[in-house]
Design a binder for this molecule. Sequence first.
Ligand SMILES: [Fe+2]
Ligand SMILES: [Fe+2]
Length: 183
Amino acid sequence: MKFRLFLNPLDHSGVSHVPSQEFTDAIALLKADHRTVEDLFAKFEKAGEGDKQAIAEEICNDLKIHSMIEEEIFYPALRGKIDDDLLDEAYVEHDGAKVLINDIMQGGEGDDFYDAKVTVLSEEIEHHVKEEEEPGEGMFAQARKAEVDLVALRDQLMARKEELMAMLESDGLPPAQLTAVHI
Ligand SMILES: [Fe+2]
Ligand SMILES: [Fe+2]
């Protein structure tokens, strides 16, 4: 199965290596991920029957990788340097999305509630992205004002993303692990 080269809308070559210098810093990289997944949600909405599941699974895989690199690398680097509550809420919001992501990955097009789950996931992500990107007080705005090396973080995020993309293409990704929510 061939996976679209996600998170890199400028590259249509199908080559899986994404040079990290393409992004000026960690925030540019994460924002590009957000735009890619927004485009996919729009594509899902317009897709006809038969095309929806592949798009939904692409969304889920993109979001799994994005939440992992944020939780493993980006959020910990901000801890103690930006609003603690905002960071805590981000983990809980990720977990809410992961519940739907794992459920969508187990299901298939035509299942009861399938489209509704993808739509609600898009609404959850829209809210979460706003909290990260909101000018002034959002997470990224706070990160820009903090003492954080966003260029070094970009390289760490990209290295981990490439590892996870390779895993996705070889064996697929395991279900998303919840971090803060216990169910
Ligand atoms: Fe994000
Ligand atoms: Fe996030």
